[in-house]
Ligand binder design. Structure first.
Ligand SMILES: Cc1cc2nc3c(=O)[nH]c(=O)nc-3n(C[C@H](O)[C@H](O)[C@H](O)COP(=O)(O)OP(=O)(O)OC[C@H]3O[C@@H](n4cnc5c(N)ncnc54)[C@H](O)[C@@H]3O)c2cc1C
Length: 373
């Protein structure tokens, strides 16, 4: 039987950043298995590619701010192109959310790089916006991510550091001996033994963990995105606009606008199909939030998985019951922005055992068992 040191299940951003950091920190005999024929096919290739750092959870905000610094200045040779298009981002709160937004910004401190702008100034800069703007914060260094470059950077860097990546290889179940995960069984019946198996299977992580009896709970949810057909009135240099209260976000994309109504519903990861009703909700919100743009036609409408946890924090660390199983899952809506820090924290715990920082303790998957018990 083939034997490896670390076997990573999943070739999305969770698996790739873990492989990249773990290999560069000295991890040996690392094998990454991806069921699709291409890396980054699911959530990591279906997201909105927005760099937004500030949110309700100070821990996730701090991880985002730190990861964003690396995205701005990635390690030498990571990518041939910038990973960020700093087109700017506005967080726009209605009356119900103004104080909340101001609280998030204050908690983030001066590192957030934000500037409060008056509603009048915001409407002057973004005349096509029709939503209520009670408090507005501008983040001039934020904006869009180059997802293809990010995924390729982690994949190529992992291979260069000695990681073996196999695509088109679905894992059927985890193999166990007593309370230890000893590797995986593939769909074709082949078994691979591993000292440590990393669960980085995105929306499928919970289901795959259950094959070994893991009690860690992660929740796959669905969200839709829509891109309009190109229109001459749209400037590709416009910033990202994210409305809080009645949630909605948009940014230019391919000559049109990418739009999201921030819908969320729990789904079976293997049956994540589009719901055309959400297309109508997005169209209705567009009419209210972007009246200045007039009628737009749909060019593309799709959905993807955001895998949540009970407290909206990542599941990052060893399984509390099963030796040999390590979780890098539940990345919610932050996996791309936080990618550099997720892998850094995963690699440290893969090599270092017990959590040493408050951050590591807060992300430990053991809390997700306690919640479900
Ligand atoms: C609509 C939407 C918008 C988003 N917008 C943003 C954003 O603007 N910014 C941001 O930072 N984040 C955003 N996100 C979140 C981000 O995309 C995710 O947090 C991130 O992609 C999760 O990465 P992952 O590797 O855990 O999952 P995935 O990318 O889904 O990777 C998991 C991989 O595991 C593989 N796999 C599953 N089961 C098996 C198996 N049995 N055997 C082998 N392989 C398996 C899958 O094929 C898949 O490739 C968004 C998500 C969605 C859905």
């Amino acid at each position: 039987m083939e034997e490896v040191g670390t076997l990573i299940v999943g070739g999305g951003i969770a698996g790739l950043t873990t492989a990249w950091h773990h290999a560069r920190a000295g991890g040996e005999k690392i094998l990454l298995l991806e069921s699709e024929r291409l890396l980054g096919t699911h959530s990591s290739g279906l997201n909105a590619a927005i760099l937004r750092t500030i949110g309700p959870d100070p821990l996730t905000t701090s991880l985002s701010l730190r990861s964003a610094r690396t995205l701005r200045r990635p390690p030498a040779g990571f990518a041939q192109v910038p990973l960020i298009d700093p087109c700017g981002l506005f967080l726009v709160a209605d009356t119900s959310r103004g104080a909340t937004l101001a609280g998030w910004v204050e908690a983030a401190g001066p590192d957030s790089g934000s500037i409060e702008v008056s509603p009048e100034e915001f409407h002057r800069q973004v005349p096509f916006y029709g939503g209520e703007a009670a408090r507005v914060f501008s983040f001039p260094q934020e904006g869009r991510l180059d997802i293809a470059a990010l995924v390729a950077g982690f994949a190529e860097g992992s291979r260069a550091a000695g990681v073996t990546i196999r695509r088109g290889v679905p894992v059927k179940r985890l193999s166990t001996t007593g309370d230890r995960v000893t590797g995986v069984e593939l769909e074709d019946g082949t078994c691979i033994a591993a000292a440590t198996t990393v669960m980085a299977a995105g929306g499928w992580a919970g289901r795959l963990g259950e094959t070994a009896g893991s009690r860690v709970v992660v929740i796959p949810t669905r969200r839709h995105l829509l891109i309009t057909k190109p229109h001459e009135s749209i400037d590709p240099g416009w910033p990202v606009i994210w409305a809080l209260g009645d949630e909605f976000y948009c940014r230019p994309e391919s000559g049109g606008m990418l739009l999201c109504a921030c819908d969320q519903s729990v789904v079976d990861p293997s049956d994540c199909r589009r719901d055309d009703h959400v297309c109508e909700i997005i169209a209705e919100k567009m009419t209210r939030f972007l009246p200045g743009l007039g009628d737009m036609q749909v060019a593309r409408f799709w959905c993807g998985l955001r895998t949540m946890t009970r407290d909206d924090r990542f599941a990052l660390g060893p399984d509390p019951d099963l030796a040999g199983l390590f979780w890098v899952a539940g990345l919610g809506g932050h996996g791309m922005v936080c990618s550099f820090d997720i892998g850094r924290l995963a690699a440290r715990r893969l090599q270092g055992g017990e959590p040493v920082s408050e951050e590591e303790r807060a992300l430990d998957p053991a809390r997700l068992v306690e919640a479900s018990a």
